[in-house]
Write a protein of this length. Sequence first.
Length: 541
Amino acid sequence: MREPGPTLNPSGELARLREDREELQKSFLEYKRFGSQIGLLRTYRTQEEAWEQILHIARSIVPLRHHRLLLRQEGRRGYAVSRESDQDLPDPSLLAVPEEEIEWVMKNKRVSVIPLDEPRLQEWGAHSRILVPLVGKVEEIGVLVLWVPLPESEVSVLAAEMLSTLGREAAIDIENLRLYGEIERVGSLMNNVLESVPYGIVAIDLSDRIVALNTNAEYLFRIRRFFAVHERYQNVFTPQVAQVLTELIVSTLRGQETVDYEFEHQPDGKTILQLGISTSILYDNQGKPCGLLFLCRDMSLSREVQKLRELDQMKTEFVHTVSHELKTPLTAILGGAEILLYDADKFTAEQLEIIKIIDEGGKRLQNLINDLLDLSRLESGRVELNLAENSLADVTKETMDLLHGRGTVTIAPQFPPDLPAVRFDRDKVKQVVENFLSNAVKYSPGGGEVRVRIYVEDAWIRLDVQDQGLGIPADQLPLVWEKFYRVDSSSTAEIEGTGLGLPIAKHIIDMHKGEIWAESEEGVGSTFSFRLPLSIEAEGP
């Protein structure tokens, strides 16, 4: 008689397969999230920020009762506690990590899970101790010790593998941050040396491109480092100075190690400086020529000029810092916020609100950086106007459409139908109109009406933006055209702004050979106006 085979249970088998698939999908999503968190490590600029992210990732892999970071001591044997949890601890001796455990994980570069049989530790909530080696490409950083409320058997293979990857990636990142810090320190030292030398320094490579210059050189030649570096010197300096540098280069390359030259230089077309320039060959690490160095000095530098130079140096350093030091972390902030907002349905309303605050704050900072760069370009005199026949009324209407719905004010245009077309740079004048209108809306928190008038006045076309807002005290009105100035009032403290919009507007109108001004009465409102000539030929200031 044939024996019966095993009973088939299709529904049970299907359920088991479904559970396996769900478990696999869960593991995949968990590892994917882990990869994204690891990627964030590359965005941090300080070790403190990196350690915080490392611990945050560790907590997402296993529940933590306590953690301790042991770093290898340079030039000495053993490891020292660098940081640990600040919660109440049991007897400190119970948390001592045997040296042989540390040596084993460092030698084998593997995560080790140690069961804890001490009753007092188990009562405290720690059932296992996990040692994560932090070994980079070049050096052994240390060990991350985690006390977890899980027995050894419940620490999954996936969790151990992720902790191992975390330790390896964390060590490499800390190595890079230490190297970056050392490079930055040396670079800062060299930059301080260059800036401390009481001469203008200009370095060019063998293809005639400027590779370095200091603030004194910026002042002597009225150029900006931001626009000069990586440009050919013939395109940066005036023809007179470029010709002098060319002659010095020829003399130097003919075999003279050092060449001196002295001539009269007019940096602004008015002040005459007796300028001396010395040149010498630059050599690389292998002793091969890689460029030339120019040492420039004002032979008649006065104390007053020195003070102006220091002020110009402060401004240049500030703009340089904002444009270069803030852009890198800001890109990471805005990119991260954009990614989070893309998955908005995964967050609670409170979390989403925080993400939106981060995004809005990043965009405000981005606007500040852009304003600073715009102002720097305008002040440098390197901005040219794109003049064409335009309608000031059309530009204003477009700007009004952009601001529609902002604030509680009503914008009332008053444009006659027969306004003439005028030659101006459409984008730049639109920037001025937008600044006037947005200020009128922002500084009218109580609502009211904003009147916008455009009319011909003799040989000018004029625009007035009149609001019924907070107004400006008479003693502060002349200061609104200064950079970073904002009206000092408790009623305006919470209104956002950079203090750069009006200085930028003034530069733009001045470039058009126009006029710009403001009238205001505190508590009544303000009128900001500009007018442009009906005929303009010049394309710059």
